[in-house]
Design a protein around this ligand. Structure first.
Ligand SMILES: [Zn+2]
Length: 459
């Protein structure tokens, strides 16, 4: 048996890990690579393996860097099934369709430019039709139920990362291989804590925040209430760039609780992202994934994602009207790193006013507008125009959906470490992964590797 890492190795995007036993192949994840345009396009357009030879694909959760390239997998000959939890399946359908719409509209824009230069037109990385075709191969499965896939016995456990996220526990050739997907954190809102799996011979673990520590989510209510009250007192607006999946719902859920406890004033709150609204509908329909607190709220006849003063903005006209209005309010909008989407319009109209505040609630990658806002650069470019950044900027990393350094080490230390033959760190920049190596070895793990793209390891 061996595993070959075709993405999400020494980088955090494009996860694809191919597990082979004899002639049977199980693909873990089929994510989109995100990065500089030309490189991303080249990597995403071509699969590095023969899709026809892949027998099964298991997806850990519905983030685009884990599920976003299934249309090409099917287009190049994979015939399923694509296995994931029912929650992931519901979210993946929305995300993959949305991604196909983005690919098509991006290429229309690009082709217009190419035509002007007299250059040949390009095809999208995948089309809406490709996406629809691939979705037919999705099969939802519950947690903790064994599924036999040829020589592989697969069980999914809650990873506590986003709704429906899973750890993939595989038994093959008498050995156990545990793949964490993206590992969540304890005590996060809405969803349950990650399930602790104790036994494995090989562990493939993510290391996104291998070199960082997060603030405690239990401090969120106090911090967020202080921010909302401060900005409200001076008549300003709060703009929250947020990912459409999980982060938008967590913010709404947290603001809902603050409102119920009278910790924040009666200020209007808008969710202005059509994708976030559709994702929220999936969250409403999946109470089977809620934690105790969320279930208690539901049993108290309180809605989790709806309360007086909260509005889901649908049309472009409503969104534009919100831009020009000066009423103090809170706007939650995508994209999470301020690279596209309606949040750009809100930022454009808000960053110049010192009464306003931009609240950053997720990781902002280098070279994104979100990162420049975090760095409090005096001038930021939005839609090619320069805008002075006079609004206050507040960063709250308490919402992170990934285990931090201590969380990752603690997860491994709670396993039967003497059984672990090897730990392979994926989904991580090299610095972050390296920071995990010595702490893992001092737990008694014999062999820790940080595989490179294309590298194969015998298991
Ligand atoms: Zn993720």
């Amino acid at each position: 048996m061996n595993i070959r890492f075709w993405g999400g190795a020494r980088t955090v995007t494009g996860s694809k890990h191919l597990l082979t036993s004899g002639k049977q192949r199980l693909l873990l994840e089929c994510g989109l690579f995100q990065g500089h345009r030309a490189e991303a396009e080249r990597i995403n357009r071509n699969l590095p393996f023969n899709a026809r030879e892949v027998n099964w694909c298991v997806i850990s959760h519905a983030h685009i860097d884990h599920v976003g390239n299934i249309p090409n997998l099917v287009k190049y000959g994979f015939r399923g099934p694509l296995l994931m939890t029912q929650g992931t399946a519901a979210l993946a359908r929305l995300l993959v369709e949305d991604s196909a719409h983005i690919q098509e509209s991006d290429i229309r824009y690009l082709n217009k430019k190419l035509r002007e230069k007299g250059e040949p037109a390009k095809e999208p990385i995948y089309t809406i039709k490709d996406a629809e075709e691939s979705l037919k191969y999705i099969e939802g499965m519950p947690y903790a139920k064994l599924r036999k896939l040829g020589p592989f016995k697969v069980v999914l456990h809650d990873a506590g990362h986003i709704l429906g996220s899973a750890l993939v526990d595989i038994e093959v050739e008498g050995k156990r291989v545990l793949f964490t997907g993206d590992l969540g954190r304890r005590k996060m809102p809405i969803i349950n804590d990650p399930v602790q799996v104790s036994e494995a011979d090989y562990l493939i673990i993510e290391g996104t925040y291998g070199n960082r520590q997060h603030g405690d989510y239990r401090d969120v209510d106090t911090r967020l209430a202080v921010v909302v009250n401060r900005v409200h007192a001076r008549g300003g607006r709060i703009i929250i760039p947020a990912f459409a999946v999980e982060r938008s719902q967590e913010i709404v859920y947290t603001l809902n609780r603050l409102r119920q406890n009278n910790q924040i004033p009666d200020v209007p709150i808008y969710v202005d992202s059509p994708l976030a609204s559709r994702v929220t509908e999936v969250y409403r329909n999946c109470p089977q994934y809620y934690d105790e607190d969320a279930v208690a709220m539901l049993n108290g006849h309180k809605y989790l994602f709806d309360f007086p003063g909260l509005h889901y903005v649908e049309t472009v006209e409503e969104s534009k009207a919100l831009n020009v209005s000066k009423e103090p309010c809170i706007i939650i909008s995508a994209s999470g790193m301020c690279e596209a989407g309606r949040v750009l319009h809100h930022l454009k109209h808000s960053v110049g006013d010192p009464r306003n505040l931009v609240l950053i609630v997720s990781f902002q990658a280098e070279n994104t507008l979100g990162r420049r806002i975090v760095e409090r650069q005096p001038i930021v470019r939005i839609y090619g125009e320069e805008h002075p950044l006079r609004a206050e900027v507040e960063v709250m990393d308490e919402f992170s959906a990934h285990a931090d350094h201590d969380g990752l080490i603690q997860y491994v230390s709670s396993m039967n470490v003497s059984r672990l033959k090897k730990v392979l760190i994926v989904h991580s920049e090299l610095d972050a992964a390296t920071a995990l190596v010595e702490p893992l070895k001092s737990l008694g793990v014999r062999d820790v590797v940080i595989p490179e793209i294309g590298e194969e390891h015998a298991l």
